[in-house]
Design a protein around this ligand. Structure first.
Ligand code: 4AD
Ligand code: MG
Length: 435
């Protein structure tokens, strides 16, 4: 039976013969001995020492099974254990032109992502990602929310028409879903608080370090809630995921050189900042916005926040900030208008500190059939595509709300990797659909 490398690196096996399986990660041949770093398929790495002759012909990424005796030596790389190889069985001798070496351009690593997934950096990121997803799921299950699955092929826009991916669906036109929200809204009337993680698609035409064309969307929706309830769920969820990820993945975060001192402080409550106050702050700092014709003017009430204004608002913050009460004009048709402040939406975005920017959007949903029909038309959308959605306002409407969290946005903050493309194993962007 073969052991995982992490298991074999234990005092229990010192002096004993073990078998490990893996791939040649680094290879250094000297006159008498060859030093082979072997990695396995869960990130384990150990140095194996062989007589040089017994590994002639071995190449980087060849798949092998090694039988040998574990010894402990403080000087050994990878944590003080090594394996004195007695026998090596080769499964596949890798081509000598393996394209991933120690120093590689980001572009090449992306072009060869099917192979660069084998680097320790990507393994660390994948492990953190698995924790983030698992912890998010667990939080909902433990708090009585029900998991559901919404369709990916849909007839209606949720987040505006300009980022829709069109699809020929038999003899009709359909789209790839931008958000499960409208379907989750349909579910809450019989299922109560629900959540899902589904891929969402956005034909984002800008190249940025925080936009993907396909991302993992964690969404939640519940009946009989207030905006404050929805914010409470988000701050608890985000804090839970972060606190446990930094515990479970301390090793991986250290490998990525992520100093987690700031993440340790992420606990509820998060600051609530009104949109109007946010604009005031930005104004007082002389913040400007660029008009379509390229001219600049002072930011004012009515403007949406962008990555630059979000960075300005959060650059000194230790914790995420909820910005609350955006003008309904800058938010989608479904955002509920505050009955006490006309023109203002009962909606909030959660901005991660230090300029990481928006990680969630959510709030209360417009539950009045007349207002929402008008808003759909105003957005230039066809109410016919929303007939079923409008039924939800016709038959037993209740106050309800929810939010959507971008897993990769959260990952980027937790890992502090430069580009969102590195938070997902096979990124999709405007210029990349392969591998
Ligand atoms: O802000 P968004 O567009 O809101 C919605 O889709 C709502 N319908 C969600 C809901 O209330 N159920 O998207 C939600 C989050 C954003 O805050 C961001 O974290 C992420 O999804 N996101 C993206 N992540 C990566 N690449 C993109 N192109 C993203 N667009 C949105
Ligand atoms: Mg948003």
């Amino acid at each position: 039976m073969s052991l995982r490398i992490a298991q074999a690196k234990s005092p229990d096996f010192v002096g004993k013969e073990v078998k490990i399986r893996g791939w040649v990660y680094r290879l250094r041949k000297q006159k008498e001995n060859a030093f082979v770093l072997v990695r396995d398929d869960r990130g384990g790495v150990i140095q194996c020492i062989f007589p040089a002759t017994s590994v002639a012909g071995l190449t980087i990424e060849s798949s092998i099974e090694v039988t040998g005796v574990i010894s402990q030596d403080a000087r050994a790389p990878e944590g003080g254990y090594e394996l004195k190889g007695r026998e090596v069985r080769t499964y596949n001798i890798a081509g000598a032109d393996y394209p991933i070496g120690e120093y590689q351009s980001d572009e090449l690593l992306l072009d060869k992502r099917h192979l660069s997934l084998r680097t320790r950096r990507m393994v660390a990121i994948a492990k953190i990602r698995a924790s983030v997803l698992d912890l998010g799921r667990r939080w909902f299950v433990d708090n009585g929310w029900m998991e559901v699955t919404a369709p990916i092929i849909v007839k209606g826009a949720v987040e505006g028409g300009s980022t829709l991916f069109k699809l020929k669906y038999f003899d009709q036109e359909a789209y790839l879903s931008q958000s499960a929200q409208l379907y989750l809204e349909a579910m809450i009337f019989s299922l109560g608080p629900v959540w899902s993680i589904t891929p969402s698609f956005r034909a984002e035409k800008s190249r940025t370090v925080r936009h993907l064309a396909e991302f993992s969307h964690l969404e939640a929706e519940a009946p009989w809630v207030t905006l404050e309830d929805i914010l409470g769920v988000q701050e608890k969820l985000v804090s839970h995921v972060i606190q446990n990820t930094i515990k479970q993945n301390a090793e991986e975060l250290a490998y990525l050189k992520r100093d987690v001192t700031d993440l340790k402080k992420i606990e509820p409550p998060f600051e609530r900042l009104s949109y109007n106050k946010a604009i005031e702050i930005l104004k007082s700092k002389g913040f400007t916005v660029t008009e379509q014709d390229g001219s600049k003017r002072e930011i004012r009430v009515g403007d949406d926040l962008n990555i630059d204004s979000e960075r300005e608002l959060t650059k000194d913050a230790g914790k995420p900030i909820f910005v609350i009460g955006y003008p309904i004009a800058v938010k989608p048709f479904y955002v509920k208008e505050d009955p006490e402040h006309k023109g203002t939406g009962l909606a909030a975005d959660l901005l991660a500190p230090k300029g990481f920017g928006e990680i969630t959007s959510g709030g209360m949903r417009e539950d009045d059939i007349v207002s929402i029909t008008e808003r759909i038309k105003k957005e230039g959308l066809d109410p016919a595509a929303y007939d079923w959605y409008l039924d939800l306002r016709k038959y037993g409407s209740v106050p309800h709300g929810g939010f959507g969290l971008g897993i990769e946005r959260l990952m980027r903050w937790i890992t502090n990797v430069d580009d969102i493309k590195d938070t997902v194993l096979f990124p999709r962007t405007m210029s990349r659909v392969a591998p």
